[in-house]
Write a protein that binds this ligand. Sequence first.
Ligand code: ADE
Length: 286
Amino acid sequence: MVDADPTEHAGATGPVEATSALNVEVLTIFPEVVESYCSASIIGRARRSGLLDLKVHDLREATKDPHRSVDDSPFGGGAGMVLAPGPVFAAVEKAQPVRPLYLCSPGGRRFDQAMAAELAAGSFSLLCGRYEGVDQRVVDHLVDGEISIGDYVLAGGELAALVIIEAVARLVPGVVGNEASVLDDSFTTGLLEYPQYTRPAEFRGWTVPEVLRGGDHGRIARWRHAEALRRTLERRPDLIAARGGLSGVEVQLLLEHGYPVGAVEASQAQRPGSAGAAASEERDLP
Ligand code: ADE
């Protein structure tokens, strides 16, 4: 098996510069399910506008038996059925999908925003596993890698493929109307996203924060940054740790926006090898 790791050279996690359409191919025993989802909304629009070239192949396409079977019982016994190598190799050899070809499987490398950005820089194919598993020879000799969308087991790889396609397609310039919204996304900045509000300014007695209604864009940017930091510290302190803790300016920003001093100090103390000093100043405010 080729050792293809889409995270290996992960760098930026925002939109990538694409010179041509993103080319994605999917092999599945439920082509209609994948087609249906990928005809709607953002993905459908991206396909129609030529930014995403998505082809869906039926894994049963190359079967020769009357039942068009793709599975068989496992050697050694055990529950369930295993996707057999014959039909899978035949389907891949017939379709000749663009490489790298990744098997969607819970045993694969964990998908995240950095991997989405890496995949958006090129073209790739996804093979949807099914049943209780996939014959190991498919993993060893046919695909280029495996991707998991999380530590849980789905009935098949179709939902995983859709998750991957949507997360990757959003990063192709032009797919999401407002590119700035992709740059602000949770995880693209390494932080959870700040809270968003729309009209009305007051709903059932709950009001939109005053700062957002004031029109002072500098103040709004600082408030949003502080809110993103506050949320991330409270809900995903691991993300703060992964980016090397808070910078001095970020600590200051949190304190200015009323985040408890004790909580800020506690988060700084958790930084590996930190006595609370400023982290990289690159992330500091504009
Ligand atoms: N197929 C079944 N479970 C999966 C998961 N967690 N990720 C990717 N493909 C899967």
